[in-house]
Design a binder for this molecule. Sequence first.
Ligand SMILES: CC(C)(COP(=O)(O)OP(=O)(O)OC[C@H]1O[C@@H](n2cnc3c(N)ncnc32)[C@H](O)[C@@H]1OP(=O)(O)O)[C@@H](O)C(=O)NCCC(=O)NCCS
Length: 234
Amino acid sequence: MPVWFEWMFVEAGLASLDSNCLSDVERAHLAQLRFERRRAEWLLGRWAAKQLLRRVLPQMANLPLSALSIENSPVGVPQVRLAGERLPGCLSISHRDGGALVAWTQASSGHLGVDLERVEAHSAAFAADYFTPAEQHLVAEAEQKDVALSCLWSVKEAMLKALQTGLRLDTRAVEVLALPTLEGGDWTRLPVRGPLQDEQVWLAWMRCEGQKIFSAAWCGAALQEIHWRRWIAD
Ligand SMILES: CC(C)(COP(=O)(O)OP(=O)(O)OC[C@H]1O[C@@H](n2cnc3c(N)ncnc32)[C@H](O)[C@@H]1OP(=O)(O)O)[C@@H](O)C(=O)NCCC(=O)NCCS
């Protein structure tokens, strides 16, 4: 059976953001966020996720976006509720510089993480503190060191979300083993390793659009025949 990984990237300027898309629980959460930047990125992430879910969930056919409620678990993982019931599947959200990357799969035999970064310069101390010696070697060998380091960081963040720990776990506990040659702008698999339980596997992907880096990771049961499908917001 093919497994679909549905995704969307939205830039704030292009989105017709509207807090009417929020559920009562989400409205209450938004009201507690004090910083304008955080409020804006949080709302963009919710709006983008709901635009995506509206397209891929048949139950949403005749319902307003506010029928969905995306609430964070105690450790921060976004979970989707419809009429109070948690929907099976995995959602992941990342925001950066006025953009939001969201992805969803109905597969529920593992966890999905995505991360959005942009290529930027990092200090030598950053590389030494957060990356394994083998990853530092990959960067040293790379022609474009800033690109390599930004890509590695993005994949690590996606993996830490798939583990549901975020940065509570040492970033060196997950490792990128090689950087792919990114051609054609599609999602490209790359080898990674990290903590696993019995019967679990790691899968990781990356794609670049200009200076933007999109990463994704799956930690869970092996999945055959994965298809990525991009959706565009209205
Ligand atoms: C998860 C984490 C790695 C995200 O890092 P980031 O690059 O700053 O932010 P991103 O925009 O890429 O991702 C944020 C989204 O990650 C998701 N997220 C948060 N915690 C998560 C977790 N433990 N597992 C999976 N996803 C998580 C949320 O959906 C969040 O967006 P939302 O708050 O709008 O719902 C980071 O926030 C983290 O480690 N948090 C947990 C530990 C913590 O709070 N530490 C304090 C800072 S060190």
